[in-house]
Design a protein around this ligand. Structure first.
Ligand SMILES: NC(=O)c1ccc[n+]([C@@H]2O[C@H](COP(=O)([O-])OP(=O)(O)OC[C@H]3O[C@@H](n4cnc5c(N)ncnc54)[C@H](O)[C@@H]3O)[C@@H](O)[C@H]2O)c1
Length: 328
């Protein structure tokens, strides 16, 4: 895998954000020629500090991923594209339905059309989400389970998945879809609580605040540490067997929401937690318990996650202890 990226031209859309910049840091280390396109929209997690150590070793273009004249030449010279730029809040997606559609579906179609015309061999990895499953009836979710998203975010991500699979089938554009569970770790935005709650809770605990938990906090979630995600993504990108596939990317371990919060409080050693009632209408988008099957990803890549939730939270806390002023 390490050699695969050496001297390859890799484009990361949304590359100044949490997952994109973590990928960029690792890809630069592997000798890839990395280009980032990111529009630094303040709502999301784009942050120059995320790439401070590699700034001189990659190219950063501040532009919207939907800007065809900017992205076309970048696509033309890429060997590999990690398409991560998105509207990420599933709650917000209902307030900005057309922006969500435009960014989470149409932008992918635009990217694919450009690939079809100018570079049909380019390898694409797309960051989808567990939210495409919606409310899950089965105890363990495999990639073959039904997809009934509860949010526009989930619907639009699923639409992008279908574009990618169709463009692979009809035009041979080699892509892989990654259905990521609940990622957390250093470089994650902690400005607001609209997405990525582990980081947000670490911040609240550091500020000695009371973390509010809806209901009894018994819902199961699969939290995955960023280094594990990056290792998985890089292996998928280098694997011919992963082309045309949909893969769950999670730790394979489900944890009660309240237990995750307890781990945060134990680690940070300040803050508190309080149980409150679910906000009105929230149950409409609440997916319930989720436990994902990651065996397909493991078979294809021989990857396994390396970090327990406890270790990952501690690493994340250590990072913010040093760097929090760059993230708030
Ligand atoms: N964070 C999560 O909980 C989660 C879970 C599953 C999947 N994902 C997916 O992973 C991907 C990356 O998410 P993240 O957690 O790194 O979020 P992030 O907010 O840290 O990064 C997203 C980046 O995309 C950039 N961006 C947004 N709109 C853009 C546009 N129009 N043009 C160019 N750049 C744009 C932002 O500026 C930001 O830097 C997204 O596709 C997201 O849907 C995230």
């Amino acid at each position: 895998m390490k050699e695969y990226y050496y001297n390859k031209n890799v484009l990361i859309t949304g590359g100044l954000g949490f997952i994109g910049s973590s990928l960029a840091n690792r890809l630069v280390e592997l000798g890839a020629n990395v280009t980032i396109i990111d529009n630094m929209e303040p709502l999301y997690g784009g942050n120059y500090f995320n790439i401070r150590e590699i700034e001189s070793k990659l190219k950063v273009i501040i532009a919207d991923v939907r800007n065809t004249s900017v992205i076309q030449p970048l696509i033309e010279k890429s060997h590999c594209i990690f398409h991560l730029a998105a509207q990420i809040s599933y709650i917000d997606s209902l307030n900005i339905p057309f922006e969500d559609l435009d960014l989470n579906s149409r932008a992918t179609l635009n990217l694919l059309e450009l690939c079809r015309k100018y570079n049909p061999e380019v390898r694409i990895l797309f960051s989808s989400s567990r939210m495409v499953y919606g409310k899950v009836e089965k105890p363990i979710v495999t990639e073959n389970c039904d997809t009934n998203p509860l949010s526009l975010y989930g619907i639009h991500k699923l639409t992008s998945e279908k574009y990618l699979l169709m463009y692979y089938k009809d035009f041979g554009i080699p892509s892989t879809i990654l259905r990521i569970t609940n990622p957390y770790g250093p470089r994650q935005q902690i400005k607001h609580s609209k997405y990525s709650l582990v980081g947000w809770f670490i911040r609240q605990a550091m500020e000695n605040k009371v973390i509010k938990i809806y209901g009894e906090g018994r819902q199961l979630r699969d939290y995955i540490f960023i280094d594990d995600i990056i290792e998985a993504m890089l292996r998928v990108g280098a694997s011919a067997d992963a082309v045309g596939e949909v893969l769950n990317v999670g730790s394979g371990i489900s944890t009660k929401f309240a237990d995750m919060v307890k781990l945060v409080l134990e680690c940070v050693k300040s803050g508190d937690m309080e149980f409150i009632s679910w906000p009105k209408d929230y149950e409409k988008v609440e997916t319930g318990d989720i436990a994902v099957d990651i065996s397909k990803l493991q078979e294809v890549t021989l990857w396994k996650p390396d970090h327990s939730l406890e270790d990952g939270i501690n690493l994340t806390y250590q990072y913010y202890k040093k760097n929090i002023h760059h993230y708030i």
